[in-house]
Design a binder for this molecule. Structure first.
Ligand code: GLY
Length: 590
């Protein structure tokens, strides 16, 4: 009898619990997040903000002046590559904390009249010749705090200038020096510091104040510049003038290279003139794949972006995505499950393909995808500790972005970086260039986390001439052989998850409303640390539901910033650019 009562009570409580969850999940259909997240007012913007539509071409980037420069070059007869190169150089001036000549990047291209049409160029920073595996460890094998993040030793050999120079040589139309005019002008004339730049200068003041050049540039009377102050970058303008005149050799062997190498030598850095001279860009095969009726072109290793996005899209193909994506908390949970598995694979496998041999196609192999999918439950979170990269395999704001799309079927998606805000916080005298701290994207030792909390394994250990693993995911989505969406993001480990969600938003959730797709609230899960980060508009009901099924819910400490352009879904043939209201940006079209 006692047993029967216990069974009945047990049954009632199980049923009760299910009803509770179902009804919670039922309510979620309406209440996943506040609609205000999609509203320009929430971001303190005016109603016209962040979006531009045109009949010829569109540019979105992380800077107002940068996107304007892209448009200026298009109107002057430049093609999408010219526009991207000019935009990238202005970004280097307008966002000195995010990207620039002292850093590197990736570019995914789709050029309609070329064969092959899809191209990928890796101009990422590489470990200098004198780098070695244990360079950030003390004698007990512990990671020395900040050594890979601040100062000369954290600097990897930059690839920005050679990358853009070679890309222009191969695919550009206008003369090289024409493309640099907008960046030279902006650096020389200056611009008013915008609020997020002011915030970053303040946030990084302790690091910046240690470098005399950074201090001269960004401080007055010992105090950091504030929003509204004029930022003139005379040294950078002169460096850009020399690069406009001499091309990439200025950065490899010219006055600029000498200034960087002498600074490094005098300040215990290891980056040498030989590293700058020997730096090479890589033409790599982009990640190509299909999901449903769309094609994907994205970044291959050393980026984790393309392979992870393709894997996640393929896993999602097996779920009723259209239905789930209509604002259910289950949708966020499903994404979280997919993200944590993909990031476990990232941690274990992704490194520079010139140094690590792995057949990355295994991560998107149909059998592996099926196995990943079969372990995802819609009702229960899998703890990250139960997930290992390759577990089911048979053998086994920071940064910035620009997207350019024209109506002729050409597209450029390029993500540029110096890694952390203001990179290594150092400027070689006379150059005006903030140098990167990309060495932190390597794993200092297996399992040690970097500034984004990402851990890595042997695949991503330091080696001279090697490129660190990256999250940068410049992506192009095609349909019937035509680019329909160009997207990328800034924001460390959150780049890949944000690009993935903007793609899903534009194709499924908001079905062709690019503004909502970029504005829309996002989640982030990167396997370790185990948190499911939700942006602040998600409702309490959603948070409670996700916690109740085992997700470790946390308010996102920060968000990635996306820049996108697409072909309007209304069949008008127009193109639209949208910049992310989460930070400064510009959207232009004509
Ligand atoms: N530095 C950020 C990334 O490459 O992922």
């Amino acid at each position: 009898m006692k047993m029967k009562i216990i069974l009945v009570l047990g049954l009632i409580s199980v049923l009760g619990c299910q009803t509770f969850l179902q009804s919670k999940s039922g309510e979620e259909q309406k209440a996943e997040y506040s609609e205000s997240h999609l509203d320009f007012k929430r971001w303190g913007r005016d109603s016209n903000c962040c979006s531009a539509v045109g009949v010829k071409a569109a540019v979105a980037s992380g800077g107002t002046n940068s996107s304007k420069a892209g448009l200026e070059i298009l109107k002057a007869g430049g093609n999408v590559v010219d526009a991207a190169v000019a935009t990238a150089f202005v970004l280097a001036v307008e966002r000195p904390h995010s990207a620039g000549l002292g850093g590197g990047g990736f570019m995914t291209l789709y050029i309609k009249d070329k064969n092959p049409q899809a191209q990928f160029i890796d101009f990422r920073e590489t470990a200098p010749e004198k780098a070695h595996r244990d360079m950030y460890l003390d004698k007990n094998g512990n990671v020395i705090a900040d050594l890979s993040v601040i100062g000369p030793l954290s600097v990897a050999t930059p690839g920005f200038v050679l990358g853009l120079f070679e890309i222009h040589k191969k695919w550009g139309r206008l003369p090289w020096n024409r493309l640099l005019i907008p960046s030279i002008d902006l650096a020389a004339r200056g611009f008013k510091i915008y609020p997020s730049l002011a915030k970053h200068i303040l946030e990084k003041q302790n690091c910046l104040v240690r470098d005399i050049q950074a201090q001269k540039l960004l401080f007055r009377d010992g105090k950091p510049f504030q929003a509204g102050d004029l930022l003139v970058q005379k040294d950078l303008a002169n460096t850009l003038r020399r690069i406009a005149k001499n091309g990439a050799k200025e950065f490899q062997t010219g006055k600029t290279a000498q200034a960087i190498a002498s600074y490094m030598k005098a300040n215990s850095g290891i980056l040498s003139q030989r590293d700058l001279k020997n730096y090479q860009i890589k033409y790599r095969n982009p990640i190509l794949g299909n999901f449903k009726q769309w094609g994907l072109i994205s970044a291959p290793p050393p980026s984790a972006g393309g392979v992870l996005i393709l894997q996640m899209l393929k896993v999602l193909e097996g779920f009723p995505l259209q239905e789930l994506s209509q604002k259910t908390a289950q949708y966020s949970h499903l994404l979280s499950e997919v993200l944590k598995r993909a990031y476990a694979d990232r941690s274990q496998f992704v490194g520079d393909p010139d140094f690590v041999s792995l057949d990355y196609s295994k991560l998107t192999d149909p059998t592996y995808i099926e196995a990943l999918r079969s372990h995802v439950s819609l009702d229960k979170a899998t703890p990250s500790t139960e997930i290992r990269g390759g577990q089911w395999m048979e053998d086994k704001t920071h940064t910035t972005h620009l997207s350019v799309l024209d109506t002729q079927g050409n597209a450029v998606s390029s993500t540029l970086t110096i890694n952390d805000i203001f990179g290594a916080c150092v400027i070689a005298p006379g150059t005006g260039i903030f140098l990167n701290d990309e060495m932190d994207d390597f794993s200092a030792k297996p399992g040690a986390s970097n500034i984004y909390g990402l851990t890595g394994d042997k695949a991503n250990e330091i080696h001279p001439g090697k490129r660190p693993a990256s999250s940068m995911s410049p992506t192009i989505i095609t349909q019937n052989g035509q680019p329909i969406l160009v997207v990328g993001a800034a924001g460390g480990s959150r780049i890949t998850t944000s690009v993935f969600q903007v793609i899903l938003n534009d194709l499924f959730v908001f079905q062709g409303d690019l503004k909502k797709s970029v504005f829309g609230p996002r989640i982030h899960q990167q396997w370790m640390p185990e948190f499911l980060d939700l942006e602040d508009s998600y409702s309490e009901v959603t948070k409670q539901y996700l916690s109740s099924i085992g997700e470790k819910v946390r308010q996102a400490p920060w968000s990635a910033v996306t820049q996108a352009a697409h072909l309007e879904a209304d069949g008008s043939g127009r193109v639209r650019a949208v910049f992310d209201p989460r930070d400064e940006g510009g959207a232009e079209a004509y």
